[in-house]
Design a protein around this ligand. Structure first.
Ligand code: ADP
Ligand code: ZN
Length: 630
């Protein structure tokens, strides 16, 4: 017996399953069916209802019949608009109430009138002795189907919209999820030490059986930290490309969206997919968006849910499964400790921008491969201190664009320099009237910077008075010096270079301009670091004032006095140095007014020439204090 019940139940279950999958496949047919069925039920009922339609009478007429005692039974329903009643005929008038219950009135004996809803309706009617029955004659099915639809419709629309949105998002995620990448380690420049480490992981991905053989505990994950554009994604892709395994991508910030639970679902889906296509590389970009410290300010329940899902998933596969997770962040300090403990992202690698100009040159060469170029790559590489691989890639693309707009056959040094300027100053070059007073001011200001730079023994990459749309009037660019550390003198020189622009304005025009505001900010930063961080100032000695201020409140008056004394001291030094050599500034400023931009060699040449012809030049030798009162 039991067996047969089980069997038949199973049969029912199977049928139900089949029906369900059929419905899923033929959604359109199902929807159309439901609609047609509803319409026909409503139609049929309406048809029947119309057939039974009683004669409608005015309420007054109803009252007359009522008063005359002609009404047998009154059917009403408090929710309805109309009520129905039957009128006595010769037969029923003689019957008892009981007998009349089985009697069927003919159609034309039925009447209908408006129902005067009111609390005392029932009592009033009973007074006349009519037979009162509560009953509705309005089309039921239509009413029910109608109300179901009117209640369900908003939900249906909302659910459909949500599904469409989420489905859409899931789809876009999917497309970037699994890719077979062709990136190789040779495409990644300047991270040789890291790559050495990663080769080991590649070898494991290629042969997961090795893990078992050595009974090793392999890291499940690795964390790349470093500023954007340094090549973290590129490295992760290269691991996948080298080992020939799929690359699964998820962006952490896409997991902290508006729908509760969606982030956690994304993480679970990702690992589900990873298990399907292992061995593979799972890459989670901006992992700090998910893995933020749970006690930190940014913690909220959605985030915690997603983080927990990630922790569970990372513990949920064994090391032989061939899933290697790489997280990338530019904010490793904010990560939750649980995420970086052993067995999860226990290996951390810092991915930095190119460490010197030679690495930048390699990246330039890499992206200029196959492009005809006459550019002096040593020169341009020295001009973009601090640029990341992504910056250089963008500069090369921009330079190609500039070259092609000028219809040139090859990319020149000038094209790349223009692209570098655009990147640094975030604007296009804009022309100024050559003879304007403004142009004069900028020329003498920049010449001042350049000559102080020269006098401090620092190499200059180029100087220009071409302004940019972002509001930069002109600039003097220094060349990267290949130095890991700066000396005390280096810092002092930088400070004087900052003051060179304003000092030159003073010497030449007496009045000064707002053009030095950026220089002042930069100088203030140098002074602050000089005193607070590097212990170069004898007043405080070798103290990290940042640490000191964490415990005791230093008098800010004393600090400001110290800072401004230093600013004044170096402004005076700069002023004196410049006025002794102002003939150089004069000469360079005139050349700048003439040519607008001067290269490193041109500047060297001009200075050399000016020095040789010093006698013929007008020499200004101003005293700093003469101007202090201005
Ligand atoms: P991150 O993930 O660190 O933000 P990406 O790896 O996405 O940076 O880098 C963006 C692009 O910049 C890369 O696709 C690549 O074209 C270029 N790039 C960045 N770093 C390097 C590098 N070290 N070598 C070559 N190209 C690089
Ligand atoms: Zn300046």
């Amino acid at each position: 017996m039991r067996g047969s019940f089980m069997f038949s139940f199973k049969g029912f279950k199977n049928k139900w399953k089949k029906a369900k999958s059929w419905c899923k496949k033929h959604k359109g047919v199902v929807v159309a069916g439901v609609v047609v069925l509803s319409i026909s039920i409503i139609g049929l009922e309406q048809f029947v209802y119309d057939k039974n339609e009683p004669k409608e009478v005015k309420y007054e007429e109803f009252m007359d019949d009522l008063k005359a005692g002609d009404i047998d039974t009154l059917y009403y329903n408090p929710g309805d608009e109309y009520m129905r009643f039957t009128l006595f005929n010769d037969e029923t008038r003689e019957m008892t109430k009981k007998e009349r219950e089985d009697y069927k009135y003919k159609k034309d004996e039925w009447r209908e009138t408006l129902y005067p809803s009111g609390e005392d309706f029932r009592e009033n009617m009973l007074k006349y002795g009519v037979n009162l029955v509560v009953k509705s004659f309005e089309p039921k099915a239509a009413a029910i189907i109608g109300s179901i639809f009117s209640i369900a419709l908003p939900f249906i629309i909302i659910i459909a919209a949500m599904k469409a949105i989420m489905g859409g998002m899931a789809k876009t995620e999917k497309t970037e999820k699994q890719v077979d990448v062709k990136t190789k380690f040779s495409d990644v420049i300047g991270h040789d030490e890291v790559i050495e480490d990663l080769k080991f992981i590649v070898s494991l991905m290629q042969d997961t059986s090795r893990l078992k053989k050595f009974n090793m505990e392999v890291p499940r994950g690795m964390l790349f930290s470093g500023e954007p554009g340094t090549g973290k994604t590129l490295l992760a892709k290269a691991i996948a490309g080298e080992s020939g395994v799929p690359f699964l991508y998820l962006n952490g910030s896409s997991c902290i969206e508006m729908y509760a639970g969606l982030g956690a679902k994304r993480v679970r889906d990702l690992f589900k997919e990873a298990k399907k296509c292992s061995p593979c590389i799972v890459f989670i970009d901006e992992i700090d968006a998910i893995g933020m410290n749970r006690t930190g300010n940014g913690s909220f329940s959605e985030n915690v849910q997603t983080l927990n899902a990630l922790l569970q998933e990372m513990d949920g596969f064994d090391t032989e499964s061939g899933i290697f997770v790489i997280g990338a962040t530019n904010n490793a300090d904010t990560l939750d400790k649980a995420l970086v403990r052993a067995g999860r992202f226990d290996r951390q690698v810092v991915i930095s921008p190119p460490k010197d100009w030679t690495v930048r040159k390699e990246i330039f060469e890499h992206y200029l491969q196959g492009v005809s170029s006459t550019a002096d790559l040593d020169l341009v590489s020295k001009q973009c201190m601090g640029f990341t691989g992504a910056d250089i890639n963008a500069v090369v693309n921009e330079a190609k664009l500039i070259a092609s707009m000028g219809e040139a056959d090859s990319v020149t040094t000038e094209n790349i320099e223009e692209a570098i300027d655009k990147r640094i100053f975030k604007g296009n070059r804009s022309k100024r009237d050559k003879k304007s007073r403004e142009n004069m001011l900028v020329a003498y200001h920049e010449a001042g910077h350049a000559i102080v730079t020269y006098l401090c023994g620092k190499p200059i990459a180029r100087a220009t008075i071409v302004s940019t749309t972002s509001g930069v009037g002109g600039f003097v660019m220094q060349t990267d010096e290949d130095k890991q550390f700066m000396t005390k003198t280096d810092l002092e020189s930088q400070l004087m270079i900052c003051y060179g622009g304003r000092c030159s304005e003073r010497i030449k025009f007496t009045d000064v301009s707002t053009g030095a505001s950026n220089d002042i900010t930069q100088a203030t930063n140098i002074i602050e670091a000089y005193v607070e961080k590097y212990g170069f100032n004898s007043e405080f000695g070798m103290l990290d004032l940042g640490v000191v201020q964490g415990t005791i409140q230093l008098s800010s008056e004393k600090l400001v006095k110290l800072f401004s004394d230093m600013a004044k001291e170096y402004e005076r030094k700069t002023f004196e140095l410049l006025s002794e050599n102002y003939y150089l500034v004069e000469r360079l400023a005139q050349e700048l007014l003439d040519k607008e931009t001067l290269s490193s060699e041109a500047i060297t040449e001009i200075i050399k020439d000016a020095k040789e012809n010093k006698e013929s030049m007008e020499v200004v030798n101003e005293k700093f204090d003469d101007f202090v009162e201005v």
